[in-house]
Design a protein around this ligand. Sequence first.
Ligand SMILES: [Zn+2]
Length: 312
Amino acid sequence: MIPLIVLAGSLGAGKTTVLRELVENQRDARCHLIVNEIGEVPPSLGDFMVRSESAVVLRGGCACCIRREDLVEDLIAFANDRERQDKDVLFLELSGIADPAPVIHTIFGHPFLANHYDVQEVITVVDAYDSGATRRDGLWARQIALADRCILAKADLVPNEILDELSATIAEINPWASLVSSDHGHLGPARPRRVSEAARPVVDPTNLSAQPEHGALPTVTSIMVGDRFDWGSFGVWLSLLLHRWGHDVLRVKGLVPASPGEYVTIQAVHHVVFPPEHVTLEEHGEGHIVLITKNIDTERLRRSLDAFVQVN
Ligand SMILES: [Zn+2]
């Protein structure tokens, strides 16, 4: 049986940072990844974030619904891989809009997968810094309800009272999940939980259907970026976009060329832009920016960007 760890959490919650830490903590295991991106991201550049033995990126749709068959194929292919060893652990990072329930159902209900995979843990990354914009949504609760462990990402960015309140909310939804904070990308000790004897989960995990429960499906805009990309004007454009439409900008991420071989990461969630990281890559290729939005006309978004920035 192949140990499988499933990672869920909203768009921009910080799943990749947590994944990096989880992989680094697996000392003796050989870690492999399947990462589901709802956008079309070019293969080589998006995969640098986490060091692993192998990485498959399942692109262009969510693995809990429209790409579920592709996920099954990738899992079967991994299980049949002759290079596979006993020390292998597979991490499956779901897209931010994925409901983990149908994915788990699919694995348990599939004769081959159920016999080859041992789902060891479902980990849900909860964005502690999120202003609450996503909290009321049913998907948020379902991701928590299915978790064996919840990780409060970006815990260093919020005061303790907010963490306590968030922990209490999570414990109401799922009294059984263990809860850990991630400060500056490092996992801390388990947080004490105050669960009353009478606590009952808000969502009954035994009663989760195989049908995904999405919020409204967001729109994904992928932009290829060449060497002449004008970083400064892009910054101005992004600030204006987030200022006016930040609530509808679920996620901006990208990797853009700064100088030959040098790239800069772009990360924003709602109104918040995270500090760029500098990345050196051996292969030089085009950069890309992915904007995940709702209620914004993609054509207008592209026209507005074209008017501001030379992208390639
Ligand atoms: Zn889905």
